[in-house]
Design a binder for this molecule. Structure first.
Ligand code: ADP
Ligand code: MG
Length: 277
């Protein structure tokens, strides 16, 4: 699995995937709650934003991608591997290909570890022994953190710094696919703008696909080629990011758009695109 074409390996495929939850067991007559329903999706070379209101199924989709949940129907493929049938060893190897920036950066960092230990751990997990310090230095530079932070624990970091450490931890294994779950939702407006700038910079300097889960259609448009809109477990709109953001056809997309733009928040500009702050 190591000798791969990075672009081909970037492929993520959802093949007619449904996730059903049951309030009581099926054999007791429990009815299915459909968190995801018949999702077909292929991510090969495009950067994809997944947007949708709360309860749309976004986190369920991410859990599927990391093998934390099995589909009730259908199959999820990462780099050609059917996740529900992959062995533990194959799943571990997939860590090199797909990495997550979690929604709550501070909560996701081990409080007993220093930043250095946090960054070295993924390298140990994939068996990288040589050049660990150099890779840590490089990734710190990439995310704009001082090496003086290496001896700190997560509690001694600001939320913005913790988010950068979480990004660095994901990048250090050089994944082909980076999944960011609402990466700015816990940040203040200034840190938010910096993290969006950072993601844009990472995209321009690495050969890597970004899957961005967000409520923020402006950020989705700025960072991604395509937008997928989920509502109640179904894909209700999917297309070129500019078209979806500027000319939304589904009611859910329009509602998200108007909620964002009616909030009367000031905007900041990254490149040509403004972000609500
Ligand atoms: P989002 O991340 O878009 O807010 P989720 O993927 O977390 O949505 O959830 C989709 C739907 O599935 C929600 O209605 C949620 O309440 C429901 N759900 C999530 N996890 C479970 C579970 N373990 N059992 C039952 N229902 C769940
Ligand atoms: Mg969620």
């Amino acid at each position: 699995m190591n000798k791969h074409n990075p672009l081909k390996s970037a492929q993520v495929r959802f093949d007619n995937v449904s996730v059903h939850y049951y309030s009581s067991p099926r054999w007791l007559g429990g009815k299915a709650f459909k968190a995801l329903e018949q999702l077909d999706l292929s991510i090969e070379t495009q950067n994809l934003a997944i947007v949708g209101p709360s309860g749309a199924g976004k986190s369920t989709l991410i859990e599927l991608l990391f093998g934390l949940r099995k589909p009730s129907l259908g199959e999820v493929y990462v780099c050609g591997f059917p996740l529900s049938r992959a062995s533990a060893k194959q799943r571990q190897a997939l860590c090199q290909h797909i990495q997550l920036i979690p929604q709550e950066p501070q909560a996701s960092l081990n409080p007993y570890y220093t930043v250095q230990q946090i960054l070295i751990e993924p390298l140990i997990n994939i068996g990288v022994v040589e050049g660990q310090k150099e890779r840590v230095q490089q990734v710190l530079e990439d995310v704009g953190l001082e090496s003086s932070l290496l001896d700190r624990n997560p509690q001694q970091l600001s939320v913005g710094q913790a988010q950068r450490v979480a990004i660095a931890r994901a990048l250090i294994v050089k994944p082909c696919v980076l999944v960011a779950d609402e990466p700015t939702s816990s940040l203040d407006p200034v840190s938010r703008k910096q993290v969006l700038d950072l993601l844009a910079h990472i995209q321009s300097t690495r050969q890597m696909r970004l899957i961005l889960v967000t409520h923020d259609l402006d950020a989705a448009q700025a960072l991604c080629d395509e937008i997928l809109v989920l509502d109640q477990g179904r894909a209700v709109e999917h297309g070129c990011a500019k078209t979806v953001a500027l000319n939304p056809s589904h009611l859910t997309t329009r509602a998200l758009m108007s909620a964002q733009h009616n909030s009367n928040t000031p905007t900041k500009t990254i490149g040509e695109v403004s972000y609500a702050t």
